[in-house]
Ligand binder design. Structure first.
Ligand SMILES: [Zn+2]
Length: 132
């Protein structure tokens, strides 16, 4: 698995999630057959994200990995609150999934929900042919 695919890490400025959970999310997006829609580098991922926020999702800017991350963040903010946007005592960013787990929520469940949501989204955008 490792080393055979392009690096899909948008970099620390855009990935507000710990590495293990980011890897879990990526793996789940891959399992759903959506990896072909994910930007291969951080610059493109950010450009897509900006475009998506400004213009809404379209087949050109849609990135299931970023969208899933945003969905998880939206959930975390809804349940956890805005403190998640700040940093902990050590100056580290919070991981929404680690925080959710501290509150008894299964991170894997949120990841699966977010990934399933992207399957629907991709179908809605007529990107389904890339999905088996
Ligand atoms: Zn985490």
């Amino acid at each position: 698995m490792a080393g055979t695919k392009p690096d899909n890490h948008p970099g620390s400025k855009t990935v507000k999630m710990c590495m293990p959970h980011w890897e879990d999310l990526k793996k789940t997006i891959e399992d759903r057959g959506l990896m072909g829609l994910v930007a291969s580098d951080g610059k493109t991922a950010v450009e897509n994200l900006v475009s998506e926020l400004q213009e809404g999702s379209n087949p050109q800017n849609y990135d299931p990995l970023m969208a899933a991350m945003l969905a998880i963040w939206a959930n975390a903010l809804k349940y956890g609150g805005l403190y998640l946007m700040s940093q902990d005592d050590q100056g580290n960013d919070y991981c929404p999934l680690c925080e959710a787990q501290k509150h008894g929520i299964e991170a894997a469940e949120w990841i699966a929900l977010a990934a399933d949501g992207q399957v629907e989204m991709a179908r809605g955008l007529k990107l389904a042919p890339k999905i088996q």
